[in-house]
Design a protein around this ligand. Sequence first.
Ligand code: NI
Length: 178
Amino acid sequence: MAILKIAVLGNPVLRIPAEPVKNTQAPDIQRLIDDMIETMREYRGVGLAAPQVHRGLQIVTIEADRDGREGKLDAPTVLINPRITPVSDQMEEDWEGCLSIPNLRGKVPRNKEIEVQAQDRRGRTLHLSVRDFLARVIQHECDHLNATVFLDRMKSFETLTFLEEYARYWAPREEDGE
Ligand code: NI
C-alpha cells in the first residue's frame, strides 16, 4: 500500500469527469482502492475520490462513522461507478471541507436523503439509503467524479472560512449542546 499525492484546486485532473470502472477485480483497481483508503486515513479525510489522487476513475472511498447511517455499511465503504438519486426535495446546509481545497470550509446545500446504487470492491451491486451527514459525504465525493467541487455548490461565499477562523468563530461549542 502507498500514500498517494493529493491533487489540489487548480490541478486540471479535478475538472475532468471520471470514467466508469470496467473491471472492478483488476489488480490495478484493487491496489488503487487500498491506496485510496490508506491516503484517506493518513490525511484524516472522511472521504476521497479517485480524481483527487490523479486517477480519472469512478471510485470513492468513505469512512464516516457518524449519525445518519441506515443499514450496515462496511467501514471503509468503497463505491464504484456510483449513481445518486435524491429521495425528496429536502435540502440542508452544513459545513464542508475538502482535502483538495486545504484550509477552507464553507456551508453547502445538499439533499438530506439520497439513494445510492454502486458496485462494491468485490463487484457486487450495492443499494444504499442514506441521510444527513453520510448522505452529504457521498454527494461531496460523487461530485468529484463529475469534476465538481464543494465551492461550485455554495449558494454564496459569505460563509467561506479559513480553518483557524472556523475554529474561532463558527465551530459548534459545548454550550450549544454539540
Ligand atoms: Ni473533496
